[in-house]
Design a protein around this ligand. Structure first.
Ligand code: ADP
Ligand code: MG
Length: 498
């Protein structure tokens, strides 16, 4: 098997179609790349809240950490450039954050101290001369806070113009990140706007809208590109540019062209703009490439490949003799037992598969929702909101949510279909997409919480793919031997969930 860490491909943005219907149009289907075309931009949605910084109270009673361990980022390696000394911060106070931001961290976010990646990266981000940074850290280890604090700290509140820009691969992630920024920045009065495609009936066309005044802009590449080319998003005052899920944003089969065009334009107009690249995965090819896209004297934080472990989340494989048994596993065990455990995401490979599974389960009377890129934007947003609000327990998803999606209550991930790399002509045996596997598993076990993943294996092909995934991560995935309640209960217990 090709080791994705050495190959030319990275976490594919593809949701390959059913074997029976080779559809090239599906290639980028889970991200916003295709979907953004011809879409209009968002309504003005800035947040600006007056500061009240008198009380820095921590309400510990509100911290609900059922299954919390320290997030495992013990082995982040720093490669710093030049002789700027950085000391890692043990407390948020040591980072010289404004009192408004500290209040946001303690009162709104209810954080107590920085995670490892925050402790190490924030001094690099916030210390002049504000060098570029490429940072890798585990899923769920708190990378968002690193770049959100970076953006909020660098903005001059007195200047009403875009000063910080963050680009994400999906609308869901852009919306999630802006929500974190608004919460964390609640007391700063800094304005923000989310630039993602909206359903056209709700919005003005980009060419007719007013120029963006918001100080922080977070969005997806197609919309950002359009706003820039129509001169609605001025970038000459930008101080900081962030790519979340940066390996995907800069991968050839991801958003490389858009990202590079945006970056070049910004670097031309705003010479000293600091660039931050964050992801849990950077394969060698992408790593080499990204090192050349940022300024030469950048800082780097990397986790050794073999230490990108999946330990927090217990992995299982379940042999299902046929497709019907896969369905039965979902309804007899996941629905029955999952409820006591938390929320569940069921990953499928194609939009069609998402539709089919959803329809079947709903017809059987189960409450479940499904998200995939072909839905209306409004519909996508609604489904996510219901899931985030805890109104739905089980969410079926294509890989649109494989990366970045953060919902602490998600303790179970089901790989209804194993992740495979997209191959246009299907002349070869499908190969596993190990990076997508890592990202999917990372939707459970956020910030050191416990979690479990069940891989449903149906047929020889799945068996082989699973073996290749195990070999890649050098782990033995435990088999659920019998399809009965006791076995599944035992598995959840062993994962620390029951
Ligand atoms: P990732 O590294 O995968 O981007 P996120 O930034 O989404 O991870 O953070 C994962 C979860 O951890 C979020 O729910 C976030 O609120 C929480 N978190 C991040 N930093 C801290 C912290 N210092 N203390 C407590 N919880 C934190
Ligand atoms: Mg993230």
């Amino acid at each position: 098997m090709a080791n994705p860490a050495d190959s030319d491909t990275i976490a594919s943005t593809a949701a390959p179609s059913d074997e029976s219907k080779p559809q090239v149009a599906e290639i980028k289907s889970w991200a916003d790349k295709v979907e953004e075309e011809g879409q209009e931009v968002t309504k003005e949605a800035s947040s600006s809240i007056a500061a009240d910084i008198d009380y820095l109270t921590i309400d510990e009673t509100k911290k609900v950490n059922n299954f919390l361990d320290e997030p495992d980022d013990s082995n982040i390696q720093a490669v710093t450039s030049g002789d700027t000394p950085y000391t890692s911060a043990k407390t948020f106070e040591e980072l010289n954050l404004s009192p408004e931001l500290l209040k946001g961290l303690y009162v709104e976010m209810k954080f107590q101290k920085p995670s490892k990646i925050q402790a190490v990266s924030l001094p690099m981000i916030l210390t002049p001369p504000y060098k570029d940074l490429i940072a890798q850290a585990h899923n769920g280890s708190g990378k968002t806070t690193c770049f959100v604090l970076g953006m909020l700290s660098r903005v001059d509140p007195k200047q009403q113009a875009p000063q910080a820009l963050c680009i994400c691969p999906t609308r869901e992630l852009a919306i999630q990140n802006i929500e974190v920024l608004r919460k964390m920045g609640k007391y700063t009065g800094i304005s923000s706007e989310c630039a993602v495609p909206m359903d056209s009936r709700d919005t003005l066309s980009i060419s007719k809208r007013a120029p963006i005044m918001a100080q922080v802009v977070i969005g997806t590449p197609g919309t950002i590109k359009k706003l820039m080319s129509l001169k609605k998003l001025g970038v000459s005052r930008l101080k900081i540019l962030v790519f979340d899920e940066a390996d995907q944003m800069l991968a050839e089969d991801g958003f490389r062209d858009d990202s590079l065009r945006i970056m070049k334009e910004i670097q031309k107009l705003s010479l000293n703009c600091q660039v931050l690249l964050f992801s849990a995965t950077f394969n060698e090819t992408v790593k080499n490439f990204v090192s050349r896209t940022v300024k030469e004297d950048h800082n780097k934080l990397f986790v050794k490949k073999e230490e990108l472990s999946l330990d927090a989340v217990k992995q299982y494989k379940v042999n299902c003799p046929d497709e019907l048994s896969k369905l039965e596993v979902i309804k007899d065990y996941i629905f029955e037992l999952g409820e006591n455990v938390g929320q569940t995401i069921v990953f499928v490979r194609t939009r069609e598969s998402a539709r089919m599974l959803h329809k079947t389960l709903v017809a059987m009377g189960y409450e479940v929702t499904a998200i995939q890129g072909a839905l209306d934007h409004g519909e996508r947003d609604k489904i996510i909101k219901e899931f985030k609000d805890g109104l739905t327990q089980v969410l079926i998803s294509t890989d649109v949510l494989a990366r970045g999606f953060d919902q602490q209550q998600v303790n179970l991930v089901i790989n209804y279909d194993l992740p495979v790399q997209y191959t246009p002509h299907r002349t070869h045996e499908p190969e596993p997409d190990c990076e997508v596997y890592l990202h999917r598993v990372g939707r459970a076990g956020r910030f050191g919480r416990k979690g479990a993943v069940f891989n449903l294996i149906c047929g020889e092909r799945d068996k082989k793919i699973m073996e290749e995934i195990e070999a890649h991560f050098d782990t033995q995935v435990t088999e659920v031997r019998e399809l009965n309640e006791e076995e599944f209960k035992g598995a959840l217990k062993a994962a620390g969930l029951l």
